[in-house]
Design a protein around this ligand. Structure first.
Ligand SMILES: [Zn+2]
Ligand SMILES: [Zn+2]
Length: 154
């Protein structure tokens, strides 16, 4: 897989939290669910799934927010930016693409929860799902994403 954007750095709105990713995303996503709309204060959230061992908080101490459930949503305690989400199992971390220094490098490849999407919200996602794809579909989607990125479409 291409490593032309690596490593990439991200920061919250106030700059107290910094993180770094040292491997390319497994997949990139936009989520239209109403939970993401509320937490992002926008039409949809933007995520890149990064292998956990390639993700590091390099400055500051993020705190848990959102629903405080099994998906652990981390925020900056000062500016309250929504930074990343740790997934049950911890194989990967979903970082919020908008926090990266160069978010334009990671357009969403899939979009989820189009069933809850605002009527006017559109993304460049190649694959759309009414809810989340079944967990067993992600391996195939990640392969499609890798081919897509290596073909130069980013
Ligand atoms: Zn902050
Ligand atoms: Zn969502």
């Amino acid at each position: 897989m291409s490593s032309r954007f690596m490593p990439a750095a991200g920061t919250c709105r106030c700059g107290r939290i910094h993180f770094q990713i040292a491997a390319p995303p497994i997949i990139t996503m936009a989520c239209h669910c109403t939970g993401c709309q509320r937490m992002s204060a926008s039409a949809f959230s933007l995520s890149a799934a990064i292998p956990s061992d390639a993700f590091a908080v390099t400055q500051g101490e993020p705190v848990i927010g959102g629903l405080h459930g099994e998906f652990r949503h981390f925020f900056c305690a000062y500016c309250m930016s929504w930074l990343f989400t740790r997934i049950p199992g911890d194989a990967f971390v979903n970082i919020r693409v908008a926090m990266l220094d160069d978010p334009s490098s990671f357009p969403p490849f899939i979009e989820t929860y189009t069933s809850e999407k605002l009527p006017w919200a559109t993304t460049p996602a190649v694959r759309s799902f009414e809810r989340f794809p079944p967990i067993e579909a992600y391996e195939g989607l990640a392969k499609e994403y890798a081919i897509h990125v290596n073909a130069g479409a980013a």
